[in-house]
Design a protein around this ligand. Structure first.
Ligand code: ADP
Ligand code: ZN
Length: 670
């Protein structure tokens, strides 16, 4: 290396690289992609070498301190991918690279992180549990799917497949055999799974098939273990990687295939900068490597299914379950009628009550689902109408019976429940709304003979509590399990014959254009917990809007009908997948200033836009207009491509830097 200076980007929201001099002893080892330590301000931070030069105009130039690890370096393709992420998702290049490499390689690990690692250490390693080590003979549909996929792998042409099939239709077997085929011709693979489904069973199936060729990356992995897995991947010892979101950056060489299981899951979206979607990054990465992508789901995202219908992706359907087991029967109960009959707001419909009684009498098991924690979800004064709200957030407080506290579900603020109205001192405080705690207490009242457990983040926040409840349930020591979305996914208990959805309306009422899609996905998933054995199964969905198409479609497990209805609405309203959306959130402690800054930003955007086909919506207060003491306003931008928007946005944001206002940019918000 003969260059004197290196261009280095760091994990800060600063776009341009910084120049550092290269000390003589480092010249031999430094290269593009080297991970180095540099002084920045009065700190030492990790930087990434993205270029070299011979000249530099800056006078007091600082030297690079050291190279973090001579054997690990960000390869050119990864640099290209992270560069794309930084442009598309609106972060700095340094921030994007930083998201792509394990944090243990980075300087400045805080005490918090070290404490976390200590906890990780206590976590059990995944064990070798079950799973066949031989390929199964594919059925007709699987064979068709595998033919298409294997041909593409052989041809080394980038292509995206959407594998649409209900749970149990044999998707995982297709993944396994595709990966094996890639391996045979020397190509490596990544399998992305949502963290929640990274269960020992899933991992065990892959381990059984591929043994020590596989590396597992999950968030609970201890720092040193994570780095050793990373080294095994980097050196080529492991050619298959299974993991959550960030595994999309695994440093595999000769990448042939990326599988994104449950591609519709929102957990693929990173909530911090860079706010990337791992599914879309997977497609980009595969494109750069001429690799193929398999997106798998029982309920594909509207974006992916639309792309498949238009021929951008290849659609493969696995329409039936392998064992031809029927999907559970689904009944929808109109709670408006129940209310009229009961002359109050009932928690259980007559029908659900009867089925619970019958099934627990027959020693079968029941799951009750409600996606809301706590006992009562709001408290108001009957005299003056005052609602008890969080002091820092614009939401009502939830009463928690276990803790005897009112709690904010956004910032965790809590207080003793007042005896009298804080506004008018009347003693007529009324508790409304329904959470899992109340469902639990009502279930105890109605079924005193049953053994009942609750599973939500309140009930299982102690380590091990979660596994304990599940193993008791598995052993048949619990008759009725009540829970939030924590129990919606992945659980496989053969003795569960009945699933009751206490209210299907909770997600539907959220002010979010994906609320119908979310509702359909959630109901489909919850329903999938019933009838997983010859005992059969039944699902009872309670709703005050039973005619809604997302609820009706879940009755017949009918993705296509749901899709047709939803896609025509999206088209009519010009929403994704018909446009790309970028959401801007402005936050600050002074409401007036947040509003002003939003208004100014909108004006700048309008000036920049001119010819390009971009639409601006807002500014308007966020659905939760105040959170943790910060007022929040939104602006939405829509256009045919996200790139249209980001180029203009950059200019407008640079002109609108005001102190005390934080602006976040979310491209393709989920
Ligand atoms: P999915 O991923 O769609 O849920 P899986 O691949 O897990 O489906 O298949 C469901 C069950 O059927 C698994 O127990 C699997 O071992 C079994 N299975 C899958 N394909 C076959 C096949 N071709 N022959 C026999 N059993 C199969
Ligand atoms: Zn709060």
């Amino acid at each position: 290396m003969n260059y004197k200076f290196a261009d280095i980007v760091i994990n800060r929201p600063i776009e341009r690289p910084f120049t550092y001099s290269i000390p003589e002893p480092l010249k031999e080892d430094i290269e593009i992609g080297s991970i180095v330590e540099v002084s920045f301000g009065n700190k030492v931070v990790t930087g990434y070498v993205v270029g070299f030069s011979d000249k530099c105009d800056i006078e007091k130039i600082k030297p690079i301190n050291s190279i973090v690890d001579k054997t690990l370096c960000v390869d050119p393709k990864m640099l290209e991918l992270t560069k794309w992420i930084s442009t598309y998702y609106y972060s700095s290049w340094g921030e994007a690279i930083s998201a792509a490499i394990p944090s243990v390689l980075k300087k400045g690990a805080s005490g918090k992180r070290q404490r976390k690692e200590k906890r990780d250490e206590e976590e059990k390693e995944f064990e070798f549990i079950d799973g066949s080590d031989k390929h199964l003979m594919p059925n007709e549909e699987q064979k068709l799917a595998l033919d298409c996929i294997m041909n593409s792998i052989d041809a080394r042409i980038h292509r995206v497949f959407l594998l649409h099939g209900v749970t149990g239709s044999g998707k995982t077997e297709v993944y396994l055999q595709s990966i094996a085929h890639a391996l045979e011709i020397g190509l490596s693979s990544i399998i992305l799974v949502p963290e929640i489904s990274l269960t020992p069973q899933t991992v065990a199936r892959f381990k059984a098939r591929f043994g020590d060729k596989i590396a597992v990356l999950h968030s609970r992995l201890l720092g040193s273990k994570r780095i050793s897995e990373w080294r095994r991947i980097n050196s080529g010892a492991a050619q298959i990687v299974i993991g959550a979101r960030s595994a999309v950056f695994a440093p595999l060489k000769n990448l042939g295939l990326i599988v994104v299981d449950e591609e519709h899951e929102t957990s693929y979206k990173q909530e911090d900068v860079p706010r990337y979607n791992a599914r879309d990054v997977a497609i980009k990465r595969a494109g750069l490597s001429k690799a193929i992508v398999i997106l798998g789901s029982a309920t594909p995202s509207l974006e992916s299914f639309y792309a498949a219908k238009n021929g951008r992706y290849a659609l493969i359907e696995l329409p039936e379950r392998i064992d031809s087991r029927l999907l559970p029967a689904v009944d929808i109960v109109d709670m408006r009628e129940e209310m009229t009959r009961a002359k109050k707001i009932p928690i259980f419909s007559q029908k659900l009550k009867e089925w619970i009684e019958k099934d627990i009498a027959e020693k079968k098991q029941v799951i009750l689902f409600l996606n809301r924690r706590g006992f009562s979800t709001f408290i108001n004064c009957r005299k003056c109408g005052y609602v008890i709200k969080c002091k820092r957030c614009s939401v009502s407080l939830t009463y928690h019976f276990d803790k005897q506290k009112l709690v904010c579900h956004h910032c965790n603020f809590n207080m003793e429940p007042p005896e009298i109205c804080p506004e008018c001192n009347a003693s007529y405080l009324k508790y409304w709304g329904l959470g899992t705690e109340k469902v639990e207490s009502e279930t105890h009242r109605l079924f005193p003979q049953a053994s009942i457990a609750r599973m939500d983040t309140d009930a299982t926040h102690k380590r091990g509590a979660h596994d304990k409840v599940l193993s008791k349930f598995k052993d048949g020591l619990i008759d009725i399990l009540i829970g939030t979305q924590m129990i919606a996914k992945g659980l496989d208990f053969p003795k569960v014959t009945l699933v009751g959805v206490i209210s299907a309306d909770t997600a539907l009422n959220l002010p979010d254009f994906r609320s119908a899609e979310r509702t359909f996905n959630l109901l489909t998933q919850v329903a999938g917990r019933a009838g997983r054995s010859d005992l059969g199964g039944r699902v009872i969905i309670q709703s005050y809007t039973p005619q809604h198409y997302s609820i009706q479609a879940s009755k017949n497990h009918d993705y296509n009908t749901f899709y047709d209805k939803e896609i025509s609405l999206r088209k009519e309203l010009y929403l994704p997948p018909f446009c790309h959306m970028v959401s801007l959130t402005l936050r600050g402690r002074k409401e007036e200033r947040v509003f002003k800054a939003s208004d100014n930003l909108k004006s700048s955007l309008e000036k920049e836009i001119k010819s390009k086909n971009i639409e601006i919506l807002g500014p308007a207060p966020s659905p939760i207009s105040k959170m943790k003491g910060m007022y929040r306003w939104n602006i939405f931008l829509r256009s045919e491509t996200a790139e249209n928007i980001t180029s203009i946005l950059k200019k407008a944001l640079n002109k609108n830097k005001s102190s005390g206002i934080i602006i976040t940019v979310d491209v393709d918000p989920s």
